[in-house]
Design a binder for this molecule. Structure first.
Ligand code: FE
Length: 208
């Protein structure tokens, strides 16, 4: 049985980005529903007691969708933090090398997250020794293609509609101000050292 993770910050500390109402729905209802659905779907079958990463990699249909959405939201909550989070020198160097500059990185992230059609996620990932920004539709995850997530932003409308209505670019502008660079830096470090095992450990720590 999976249990909804705790948020890694005090909700009020992000009130300039995400309102209490959005937390109530996005975390309290949407994320919780994915947990409930997943628990119901894996009861008494091969997926019961399986590591969440393996459920995502092996599951299909509703099992995949709900398991992936549990993880996607877990990772999203860790991708944001109160303002002032700083990226490591190593990640900064890698971003400058792969995207040209921090400004170009922000531009590409914002552009790809804005132009993603419909519901989905935009990710900073590590592929081999390269950083990439990738879009995934609906519940899809980069791990299915062997790409290790370092950072994600939820661009399903439920993530921003209450606070920003249809203005996805305004939501993304605020998201950028509240990125948890400390988390992305740590994921980058561990992904470089351990590959996908780093992500397995991340998930194990949430559902110990
Ligand atoms: Fe969401």
């Amino acid at each position: 049985m999976f249990q909804l993770r705790k948020l890694p910050f005090a909700q009020e500390s992000l009130s300039q980005f995400i309102s209490a109402k959005t937390f109530e729905y996005h975390y309290g209802k949407h994320h919780q529903t994915y947990i409930n659905n997943l628990n119901n779907l894996i009861q008494g079958n091969e997926f019961e007691n399986m590591h969440l990463l393996d459920i995502i990699l092996k599951g299909s249909g509703g099992v995949f969708n709900n398991a992936a959405q549990v993880f996607n939201h877990d990772f999203y909550w860790d991708s944001i933090a109160p303002q002032g989070s700083v990226m490591s020198d190593q990640l900064k160097e890698a971003i400058e090398k792969n995207f040209g500059s921090i400004e170009k990185f922000q531009e590409e992230l914002t552009n790809k997250a804005t132009t993603l059609f419909g519901s989905g996620w935009c990710w900073l990932v590590l592929v081999g020794d390269k950083l990439e920004i990738v879009q995934t539709s609906n519940a899809q995850v980069p791990m299915s293609e062997g790409k290790i997530p370092l950072l994600t932003v939820d661009v399903w409308e439920h993530a921003y509609y209450i606070d920003y209505k249809n203005a996805r670019p305004s939501y993304l502008g605020k998201f950028y101000e509240f990125i948890n660079w400390g988390f992305a830096s740590k994921m980058y470090e561990q992904a470089k050292n351990k590959g996908m095992e780093a992500l397995r450990e991340y998930i194990s720590n949430l559902y110990a």
